[in-house]
Design a protein around this ligand. Structure first.
Ligand code: USQ
Length: 397
């Protein structure tokens, strides 16, 4: 399959590119390298030393003899370049990762809020409009988020995108309808993925675009079989207060003897998926597109749910780390249950990597290996959801 990967230099995009190339697909990365620019802006580098995009692609060719193309295009800003690319290359599918993906970064200030909305919504809409203008039949696979649903429970498992409801009509009749599951985003970033959903629904209806929207949980783990083949292929690993996600942060905190930063009571339950399962899910989604004229195919891309404090206790048990309960910088429920349906990927053959089997390995592999690159000042979460809060800076033991 000929596949263009928007955002192919990022944390999910890069391992997905290597995996799909390894599986024999013809892959081109489209990326404006914005994530590397945000590293500089925040003064927070990836824990792993990532090679330049040119070095990455040369290394992949050296190691496998396979070529991955690269175009530096800002898809949110340069519509014409995107359209020209689609017309010239006519990919079978576009995987769309080209969005600012950190909730804390999106909540820092009005500039980062506006950047997140402008970048994410324009990127998605430019892609959809360009596909229509190109006249090509291109399957869009988009990386969405579990966070579009919020993290509550309505006495049922969160379904895969749609909720069947019965509407009581004015003339005392009943009409059955299938609607998008009510959204309840918890950050400006998550809200952009809610807005994306509506853009997809509209273009699937009006232009019969084929769209798959993957509602992904929190990634944990850092490496895939492909990124481990050469030091220059290594994936990025974010541990800072803005981009680091919870379990990966706990792993590196454990590795350097920093108290694990549990926000609030740690009663937040979230959905998780290992990075190696993520790349497989992208492939499964590409292999199973919706038909033209069908509604957007929404798949929940997660394998387990866990409570934050349970994760902290588990990591502490394995590593001997201490746990620090810090004031929660976010506005979110202190405690929640979360039950999620993930039948589609399981029925398509996904074999989940479980936390129980993979966690110890990750701690040893990454956290201890790169511990000396950690800047401890970058660990506390400083981005506040409401500005009268105080950031949670744990006491060091
Ligand atoms: N948390 C802590 N301590 C920390 C960091 C986070 O207790 O040091 C808590 C947060 O308060 C939150 C939970 O852990 O309750 C998850 O935070 P996170 O930073 O791991 O994840 P989140 O902000 O939700 O965003 C991440 C990705 C995003 C993706 C989302 C999937 O950055 O791109 O969409 O996970 S989901 O959470 O399922 O919506």
């Amino acid at each position: 399959m000929k596949i263009a990967i928007l955002g192919g230099d990022g944390f999910c995009g890069w391992p997905a590119c290597l995996y799909l190339s390894d599986r024999g697909h013809d892959v081109t990365i489209i990326d404006n390298l914005s994530r590397r620019a945000i590293d500089k802006e925040l003064g927070a580098e990836s824990l792993t030393l990532i090679a330049s995009i040119a070095e990455r692609l040369d290394a992949w060719y050296e190691v496998t003899g396979k070529t991955i193309g690269f175009r530096n295009i800002d898809v949110a800003q340069d519509y014409d370049a995107l359209l020209d690319f689609l017309r010239a290359e006519a990919p079978d599918a576009v995987v769309h990762f080209a969005e600012q993906r950190a909730a804390p970064y999106s909540m820092k200030n009005s500039r980062t809020k506006r950047y997140t909305v402008d970048n994410n919504i324009n990127a998605t809409h430019n892609l959809l409009a360009a596909i229509v203008e190109s006249g090509l039949d291109i399957h869009v696979v988009h990386l969405g988020t579990m966070g579009v649903y919020g993290y509550g429970t309505a006495g049922m498992k969160i379904p895969e995108g749609y909720l069947d409801v019965m509407v009581h009509t004015d003339d005392h009749g009943n009409i059955e309808q299938s609607i998008l599951y009510p959204s309840n985003p918890g950050s400006v970033y998550h809200m952009t993925k809610v807005l994306d959903q509506h853009l997809f629904a509209y273009y699937a209806k009006n232009d019969e675009l084929r769209v798959t929207d993957l509602h992904q949980g929190i990634i944990w783990g850092t490496w895939t079989e492909q990124t481990a083949r050469d030091e220059r292929l290594i994936n990025r690993f974010d541990y800072d207060g803005d981009y680091g996600t919870v379990l990966n942060r706990f792993l590196i905190q454990a590795g350097i003897g920093y108290p694990l930063t549990v926000h609030g009571t740690g009663g937040q339950t979230r959905a998780f998926i290992h990075i190696r399962d993520m790349v497989r899910c992208i492939e499964l989604a590409l292999e199973n597109p919706p038909a033209r004229g069908e509604r957007v195919k929404i798949i929940n891309q997660m394998t387990e749910t866990h409570r934050v404090r349970d994760l902290a206790e588990l990591v502490a048990q394995i590593s001997g780390a201490t746990v620090a309960y810090v004031p929660n910088p976010r506005k979110e429920s202190a405690e929640n249950e979360l039950f999620v349906s993930n039948d589609t990927f399981l029925s398509l053959g996904l074999k989940p990597t479980t936390l129980a089997e993979g966690l110890l390995h990750e701690v040893e592999e990454v956290a201890q290996r790169y511990a000396d690159r950690v800047d401890r000042d970058k660990i506390p979460a400083q981005s506040l959801w409401t500005k009268n809060q105080r950031a949670g800076v744990p006491e060091l033991s």
